[in-house]
Design a protein. Structure first.
Length: 220
């Protein structure tokens, strides 16, 4: 069962309530870093009068989200002169991601000139190839969730003595103790912009299924 809770396409966010187990949700979450994603992997700086070292400038360039549509390699160029703030939108051609990320501040007469090459990679190799943030929590009010935990067998554990020591009202304690089981989780995805949130979820599931098939072959 999946019930959409929030689908903000403009901000690249999706959350839904599901009855999937925590183990499945965690497996999907961990599989996200194996989705092939574009990122600028090599930078050649020919001029840099800014206050940033070449290494720092290259690092910031590498973390700029690049639209991923099955591309293998894309070359970018950046040539700007101050005074100005240099943004990711100044790169040519466009990165394809509608974000204006600050790269460096140039004072008067300062210049920066470089070329970069984006390639497909995976988040397990470097975080710059990560498509977004994926997380989940139990489907409970935060006020209750702070006082309960789920053990390895999926059972609710409540420290009643701790509830009393924290000075909670009797009604609040009664409400917390009424929780017998947690059947659902809230699964959330936030995209950095390289691919949309739906592609992140579907891609992670595909990766997980592929890994399970490889495991199945290996144990036969």
């Amino acid at each position: 069962m999946i019930k959409i809770q929030n689908n903000d396409k403009e901000r690249g966010k999706l959350s839904f309530v599901s009855d999937m187990s925590v183990s499945v949700a965690n497996a999907i979450r961990r599989s996200v870093v194996e989705i092939p994603i574009m990122a600028i992997d090599e930078v050649e700086i020919t001029k840099n009068d800014s206050a940033l070292y070449d290494e720092m400038l290259a690092h910031r360039i590498g973390l700029i989200p690049v639209e991923t549509k099955g591309n293998k390699e894309v070359k970018f160029a950046l040539k700007e002169k101050g005074p100005k703030i240099v943004y990711s939108s100044d790169m040519k051609p466009s990165t394809g991601v509608d974000l204006k990320i600050p790269i460096v501040i140039l004072d008067k007469e300062q210049e920066v000139e470089l070329v970069g090459e984006a390639r497909l990679g995976k988040g397990v190799e470097h975080v710059k190839h990560s498509p977004g943030l994926v997380y989940y929590k139990h489907d409970l009010d935060d006020e209750i969730l702070d006082f309960v935990r789920v053990d390895e067998e999926g059972k609710i554990v409540i420290d009643e003595e701790d509830l009393v020591n924290k000075g909670l009202s009797e009604d609040k304690i009664k409400n917390i103790k009424s929780v017998k089981e947690i059947n659902n989780i809230v699964f959330s995805i936030e995209s950095w912009g390289q691919i949309d949130v739906r592609e992140i979820f579907v891609g992670a599931v595909d990766v997980l299924q592929g890994n399970l098939k490889e495991l199945d072959k290996g144990v036969k």
